[in-house]
Design a protein. Structure first.
Lengths: 348, 667
């Protein structure tokens, strides 16, 4: 998301931009997914996603010959009444914006299941291998991530010193969970975010599942199967639901073998709606908690940051400014589940 | 492979077998002959099998590193006795099954057996993914044992740790996965003025057998280590029957003396059948007296290969030639090898290994090494190839226990970083090479664990003028089109590079990419050897190396071994409207009200549907409310207050368009 935003600022709006951040090696389990649809309940968010798909695709046009995003038909599953209601609401709103969605047959333990058609998924691993080149071609300066020091300069800018060079930045934006966790004051993280322990797994190839992308909104687990049969999944729970999906889909999928695993911390904004903007009294901006669809709004975020947003867009992001205490922000909640429920009684 | 002819008074005596007691058994319907004391793998290899099956259509060599799981079958019922082939005892008359062989192959094996046809492959298809040995998933009886000190590994370091540990601790358990103690010490010989390893092992074994506070369990493999608890599988033969025991050993302190494994030279065809790892061959020869059949050549970058060649030649094996990548290497073992008439070529690196069409011979292409470039190439035909690109610390248990591994400039490519409070490494897995240092490291591991004063370990090395150190990793970076795959490590991860022309007629017509590239991006668990090779080839940053080891080096972990049933959810709906969902708070204004609504078209509504003031339902931002509760009795919606009037007609968005309803009363 940080790379997409940096490139948007430089390529679309000609801003001199530097990026500090190490991209995950393509062999590492992916820390999350970027899918253009989500359990979004605010109509305005659907509208902005729809309006920004074209700028997003334009941004990546010169990436390289490689395909860095693809169309998928993700299935969203709700296993509780509350989340089923939310999913239903999201479906109704998205439908009216022209998103193609179908209800799915319910299976045991599932209270609502819908499938989006023609959503976009960013192929993170493919993207990571070509990011350096793409950013350099679009004049984004990449700073060494070692020994980074930030110092407020006399002229109001911030001096950033890395291992081998120093620059002065007029504005600093911390994008994504890791940057926020490292650079936002703890008190402000607590005011704005829930910190969630998340696990990610890579699984060796299994037979093709009926659907390549499955999202369980109750425990935030996401499963994606690649064309070669391998599976990436993340979950805030213990992968029980993912286990069930894989092992019940295909006779030979009973021996699921681990190819990689990682644990990391992720953030959910306290109202589920994302955080965008500077903390009052500072020139440090933070962007995080926008969920799996946040990356698709990066061209728009750049537009807001350079002051070119229209009234609707400006208002949308103004409502998402980080708050100094929990009560200061207008209520613009999106559906979210921050804590997974303890296992319920198993019914035979 | 075949049994060695001259194994008396030789380390390759085949210590575990009894040549006077021949046995036979079935593996996947193939009749295998061996001797009492054989493991399933040694008997299979000695029966002429040199191929495990195919990967990407190329024949894969059969060796211990594949860790093939084999199950003992009794009366057609699979018992809970499964172990890797190299640890599974061969029992006379038994029936075994190796995973990964399909029913059709088993039937054809049966037909070929009845026709007395020779088979040299187990015919396992490795394209389907990894076939590995995992801890048991079915209910097995697991005995609980508690000890103060657990030593894993019965080589020089483990034996030394036990001997010294007995002076401090009263309750020691030593586990060794082989049937015999001593590890691979004899392969490496003595270094400098060390005593010879045979004597060192003999003395240590004698003294720890005398110690009353040391229990020794051989044939006992640790298959999982977590939080100071080791899951151990022990397989033994009693009166011709196989006995399996599982132990969960809870230890206050643990010494990991797990030794090293072979590093694989990297070139196309490096795991084609009739190629073997040096360490693996050493263990098979010393335990079971078997060695590759015919003339063998060795590709190496170290002196242990010469020592091995000498031991093999003494035992009647035919070693034709040693190819050493080092330029003018020096070693007393090299001089001995020359005096045995073994030919030596130096400064050569392997480029490609092919197998002849009749599968009887290997065709080896070698190139001259000069500052990372390759010069003149030479080719030759050989019966077998023994590969030795140095040693990799066996740190799988260390990683399972939470230890760290970082990259290093040493030929092995890795070293450990940091310490664990109650677990210590000892021996060659922590980089020690001389017998003296390996033994001292065993004692120092005890000092560390019991918080005694530790001393620096002294590595004794012969001057490099006389003993050339181990060379750098053997890697030929180019990838040869249509050649057999270039694997990164022994083992069952099958991480490889392979490029082949796509001969599919449709791809030719469509002029799409005609070259198929298989590479390491496949989602498969890596071994440490894979990651070291990757590091040698791609130059990972230190952080990337550490992360890849941490996140991708997975061993012995199988997910979801028990199929999970979904947790059923309560299907009854809430009895009353209680809370407005968080995502609807303020959506329809701060003073939005909850209203009962009713359909004018006798349809039922769904929670989440949007409500509009009229039939214009095109803009969700213009909605005046949402359905938030639906029951048989009534339907409730959250409605913007200023638009809510009793009896007002409303439109509810449905997937087919809209449906008319009206507001009844505030709820």
């Amino acid at each position: 998301m940080a790379a997409l935003l940096a490139c948007s600022l430089s390529k679309l709006y000609g801003r001199e931009t530097a990026l500090i951040g190490q991209f995950a090696h393509s062999l590492l389990p992916s820390h999350g997914f970027d899918i253009s649809v989500d359990t979004i309940t605010q109509p305005q968010t659907w509208r902005l996603i729809k309006e920004n798909m074209s700028p997003f695709e334009g941004l990546l046009k010169d990436f390289s010959n490689k395909e860095v995003y693809e169309k998928v038909d993700p299935i969203f599953i709700a296993r509780s009444q509350k989340s089923a209601n939310a999913l239903n609401h999201a479906r109704n709103v998205a439908n009216l914006y022209g998103f193609s969605i179908e209800k799915q047959e319910l299976t045991k333990g599932v209270m609502q299941s819908i499938q989006f058609r023609d959503a976009i998924r960013i192929k993170r691993r493919s993207m990571f291998t070509g990011l350096d080149d793409w950013l350099s071609r679009n004049n984004v300066k990449l700073l060494d991530t070692n020994n980074i020091e930030l110092k407020r300069g006399a002229s109001g800018g911030t001096k950033i010193t890395s291992a081998n060079e120093a620059i002065v930045a007029k504005r600093i934006i911390f994008v994504g969970d890791e940057a926020i966790l490292n650079y936002m004051p703890q008190k402000d993280i607590g005011n704005n975010f829930f910190k969630i322990a998340t696990n990610t797994l890579m699984l060796e190839p299994v037979k093709k599942l009926k659907n390549s992308t499955i999202i369980n909104i109750d425990d935030g687990s996401i499963l994606f199967q690649h064309a070669n049969g391998t599976i990436d999944c993340t979950s805030r729970d213990d992968f029980t639901n993912i286990s069930h999906i894989i092992s019940n889909d295909g006779e030979n999928n009973r021996h699921i073998k681990l190819a990689g695993k990682a644990q990391f911390s992720s953030l959910i904004s306290k109202d589920g709606a994302g955080v965008f903007g500077s903390l009052l009294g500072t020139k440090l901006s933070y962007i995080g908690g926008f969920g799996t669809s946040g990356a698709f709004l990066t061209p728009l975020m750049a537009k807001i940051l350079v002051g070119r947003g229209n009234d609707f867009e400006n208002e949308y992001f103004a409502k998402r400014k980080p708050k100094l205490n929990e009560k200061l922000r207008p209520d613009i909640s999106e559906f979210f589940v921050a804590k997974t429920k303890k296992k319920q009684r198993r019914v035979r | 492979m075949e049994r060695l002819s001259n194994i008396k008074n030789n380390p390759f005596i085949g210590q575990q077998i009894n040549l006077e007691k021949p046995i036979s058994f079935l593996v996947n319907n193939i009749k295998i002959e061996g001797f009492e004391g054989d493991c399933v793998l040694s008997a299979i290899l000695a029966s002429g099998f040199d191929c495990a099956g195919t990967h990407l259509s190329f024949p894969i060599a059969l060796d211990e590193y594949l860790n093939l799981p084999v199950s003992l079958i009794t009366k057609g019922t699979e018992l809970d006795i499964t172990a890797p082939v190299q640890r599974m005892p061969a029992i006379n008359g038994a029936v075994y099954n190796i995973e990964g062989v399909n029913a059709g192959t088993k039937i054809s094996n049966l037909i070929r057996r009845l026709k007395n046809e020779r088979i040299n492959s187990l015919n396992i298809n490795f394209d389907e993914g990894k076939i590995d040995f995992y801890p048991p998933t079915k209910q097995v009886d697991i005995k609980q044992i508690s000890v103060e000190l657990l030593i894993i590994g019965g080589g020089l370091a483990g034996l030394s740790a036990a001997k010294y540990g007995a002076t401090i601790c009263n309750d020691i358990l030593l586990l060794e996965q082989q049937n015999l103690l001593g590890g691979d010490a004899i392969l490496f010989g003595n270094n400098s003025d060390d005593e010879n390893p045979e004597k060192l092992v003999k003395d240590l074994v004698k003294s720890i057998r005398k110690a009353k506070n040391i229990k020794i369990k051989a044939s006992s493999a640790v298959i999982k280590l977590k939080d100071n608890i080791a899951l151990v599988q022990r397989l033994s033969v009693f009166r011709g029957k196989l006995k399996q025991e599982f132990f969960e050993v809870s230890a206050k302190k643990i010494v990991l003396a797990t030794g090293c494994v072979d590093r694989l030279p990297i070139f196309n065809g490096n795991r084609i059948c009739k190629s073997f790892g040096l360490g693996s061959i050493y263990r098979l020869a010393s335990s079971y007296g078997i060695f590759p059949k015919g003339q063998s050549s060795i590709i190496t970058n170290n002196n242990a290969a010469y020592r091995m060649a000498l031991l093999a030649a003494d035992a009647g094996a035919k070693i034709e030639k040693i190819f050493d990548a080092r330029i003018e290497p020096k070693s007393r073992f090299i001089e001995f090898a020359k005096s045995y008439g073994i030919k030596l070529e130096t400064g050569l690196m392997p480029i490609e290994l092919k197998i002849s069409d009749d599968k009887k011979q290997l065709h080896l292409e070698m190139g001259l090494v000069w500052e990372d470039r390759f010069g003149k190439k030479s080719t030759l035909n050989v019966d077998n190839i023994i590969l030795s690109a140095g040693w990799l610390a066996n740190l799988d248990l260390w990683l399972q226990a939470g230890g760290n591994v970082i990259s290093s400039e040493s030929p092995s490519g890795i070293k450990t970083q940091g310490k664990l409070k109650n677990i210590s490494l000892a021996g060659s897995n922590s980089g020690w090479r001389s017998n003296f240092a390996i033994m001292q490291s065993g004692a120092e591991a005890i000092n560390y664990l019991f918080r005694k004063k530790t001393s620096d370990i002294v590595e004794k090395r012969i001057d490099t003028l006389f003993e050339t150190p181990i060379g750098s990793a053997l890697i030929y970076k180019e990838n040869i089109l249509d050649a057999a795959p270039k694997y990164y490590d022994f083992g069952n991860s099958f991480i490889c590079k392979h490029s082949a022309k796509n001969n599919n007629i449709w791809s030719n017509i469509s002029l799409s990419n005609k070259i198929i590239n298989y590479d390491i991006l496949n989602n498969k668990a890596f071994s440490l050897g894979d990651i070291c090779a990757l590091n040698n080839i791609s130059k990972l940053s230190k952080l990337q190396f550490e992360q890849i080891v941490k996140e991708r080096a997975i061993k012995g972990e199988k997910l979801f071994s028990t199929i999970q049933e979904p947790y059923d959810v309560k299907l009854t709906k809430a009895k009353s409207v209680t809370n407005i969902p968080n995502y609807l708070q303020e959506r329809y204004g701060k003073d939005a009200e909850v209203w009962e609504i009713t359909s004018l078209e006798n349809v039922s509504f769904e929670v989440g549907q949007l409500i509009f003031a009229n039939s214009d339902i095109s803009n969700p931002e213009q909605a005046l409310g949402s359905v938030i509760y639906q029951s048989n009795e009534f339907c409730v919606a959250l409605i913007a207050k200023h638009k809510a009037i009793v009896g007002q007609q409303i439109s509810i968005y449905t997937s087919g368009g809209h449906s008319l309803a009206k507001l009844l009363k505030p709820h």
